[in-house]
Design a protein around this ligand. Structure first.
Ligand code: GRF
Length: 199
């Protein structure tokens, strides 16, 4: 398994980090397609410029299941074996999750299960935690809840804003996402319940 389908909605820095890991030979994989629900997503434009197959599939009134059927079809047509969410801002239907069992990854900018959902870095600052970080996890039917593959921690400094904390976390995101993809693609892990042990 080495063909990755990327879903993104925005800036695309995690996608770029993955593409660079592949280009530099640190990650043995291939980007099968980059898909966005937002036609104007900067990440989609970067993917286009770098010559990757791209698709904009706006939701436009489609119901979630119907939209996700189009997504599943597009990913299958491009031969995507592993789906990586990289700032993809839409909830996935159960049907989508079941179409790629154990083969959807997400990156979230908090140490899950703390601060799931939107604005995780802001939630961390507002809560007053001293340590924040990011999590790469398998996607299941609930939001930001599947088995954890890798996490990285960063300190929260007294003068941090959500922006400065986000920057510190993002550096770690770029590092651990490619590493987690490598672990999953090579099958170098074991799963017991929701506990993932990397070999
Ligand atoms: C990242 O913080 C990621 O953890 C979250 O959305 C953001 C996407 O950033 N899921 P980018 O588009 O990869 O730059």
């Amino acid at each position: 398994m080495r063909r990755i389908g990327i879903l993104l909605s925005g800036r695309g820095s995690n996608f770029v980090a993955i593409a660079e890991s592949i280009a530099s030979g640190r990650l043995d994989a291939e980007i099968a397609v980059v898909i966005s629900n937002r036609a104007g997503a900067p990440g989609l434009e970067i993917a286009r410029q770098r010559g990757f197959p791209t698709l904009a599939i706006p939701a436009q009134g489609r119901e979630r299941e119907a939209y996700d059927r189009v997504l599943i079809e597009a990913l299958a047509q491009h031969g995507a074996e592993l789906v990586c969410l990289a700032g993809y801002m839409r909830l996935l239907s159960n049907a989508f999750v079941q179409a790629f069992p154990g083969r959807i990854l997400n990156i979230h900018p908090s140490l899950l299960p703390a601060f799931p959902g939107l604005d995780a870095q802001h939630q961390a600052i507002a809560h007053g935690v001293k340590i924040a970080g990011c999590t790469v996890h398998f996607v299941d039917e609930q939001l930001d809840s599947g088995p954890i593959i890798l996490q990285a921690a960063v300190p929260v400094l007294d003068n941090d804003t959500a922006e400065t904390l986000s920057e510190r976390i993002l550096k770690e995101e770029h590092r651990i996402y490619s590493e987690a993809i490598r672990i999953v693609l090579t099958g170098a892990y074991r799963k017991e319940g929701r506990r993932i042990t990397c070999d």
